[in-house]
Write a protein that binds this ligand. Sequence first.
Ligand code: NAD
Length: 482
Amino acid sequence: MTVIALHHFIDGTWVEGGGEPLVDVNPSSPRDVVAEGPGASRADVDRAFAAARTAFDGWRRTPARTRAAILLRAADIIEAHREAWGRELAREEGKTLVEAIAETDHAANILRFHAQEVERQSGGVFESPSPGERILVIRRPVGVVGAITPFNFPISIPAWKLAPALVWGNTVVWKAATSVPVLAMRFAGALEQAGLPRGVLNLVNGTAAVGEAIVAHADVDAVTFTGSTNVGRSIAAQLATRGIPFQGELGGKNASLVLADADLDVAVEQVAIGAFRAAGQKCTATSRVIVHEAVADEFLRRLAARTERMVVGDAQAEGVEVGPVIDRAARDRVAAAIALARTTATVVVAPEPYGPDELDGGYFIAPSIFELNEDDPGELWTEELFGPVIGIRRVPSTDAGVALVNDSAYGLSVAVFTTGLADALKVIEDISVGVVHVNSASAGADLHVPFGGSRASALGPKEQGAAAREFFTETGTVYLRG
Ligand code: NAD
């Protein structure tokens, strides 16, 4: 298949990087090289910031509707390429083709949403205690934003950061995850073709070192980051010493809680989808399942049967439900956790690992379920593994279930399965996570409502919906007399 030349978009031009060589491979079939070329160097990052700073004044003065029109055109371009870019996404990242095309559509819709959002009321007018005065509250862009994105949603996470950043008048220096530069190039290319002025968006691809250069840059006014909790917190700590705002959407260890009156058909299907789609590599994926003991045996029997039926294979192949994890290191990490769980927990479903010659040598992990040891549930209970693995625990009551949901350093998403309104309401009040699903999978976020977690799952203002503007604008309070 074609090997795509890896480029960077700096000051309105596609350029070769001056940094270390990068090779982007297909995790379904690692001999298939998707893209290669030099990553960005520190000098490339400097040029990107210089371009973003120069472009900022003109861009912030551009009427909001003109800025929005560029996002709308980019959305149309993305939609026109949904099949082709969806296929590239599946090839590069390993999400199934159906999910990859859906993610591409989602990115287009995110651009459309923020293009409209900027036309809503953005400030306020207040009475003043002083005669002849009114008080206005206005919003201004924050300046040059550094954006650092993870591998697992290569086009929709960039869209939900960059669309509000740009439409509110900021300029951006963006680094996509090392393993997904092609979708980043497509997304930046759509905005370029849509007429974004030079320097407003700059894309520098590369490893963590490029992210470090963005964070350390003297000219960055704010940093928005999605990725793991450790990296996010270390970036936040560096920025805090310089007084630079940070927004971080971080890791998760999300639970599904199946109560005694749950509709088990719904619970089984939604837990399977929530845990195993995208090979468990969604920040909102279910990795802990807490089930009421009255229904536990039946639920586990049905969940095991559903899991064993899941089709694992090449992300681009028809009918596949579970593609590979992102790379060899991820595969080895998840495989080691499964091997350990075999000795410390009860196996519900855990097929033998694939051999090196099976499935074209891709980074596949068969969906696995373990019932954890109550005395020592271990890392499957506490650590974000980011793979298709569930740890199960039984509880004697709804209260005990809620307590276990809350027994986590993370607080991103939860799914609760019940047919009782009283239990649903109780759980909504008592569970302290950012996103609560009642009778649907823990994974999934709509673009028009706030998204984000609590505790170790987030830092700073929420993303998406109207909440997005909080980070990308600052308010000014104006005392206005004639
Ligand atoms: P990661 O933390 O390894 O990397 C995220 C990005 O940061 C990448 O672009 C990476 O190159 C860059 N980076 C790494 N080290 C850096 C450093 N020291 N300084 C600056 N940049 C650095 O995460 P990942 O493996 O790409 O993604 C998976 C993680 O992201 C999981 O923890 C998942 O839960 C989280 N995630 C969270 C959300 C959310 O909205 N809460 C959404 C998606 C993914």
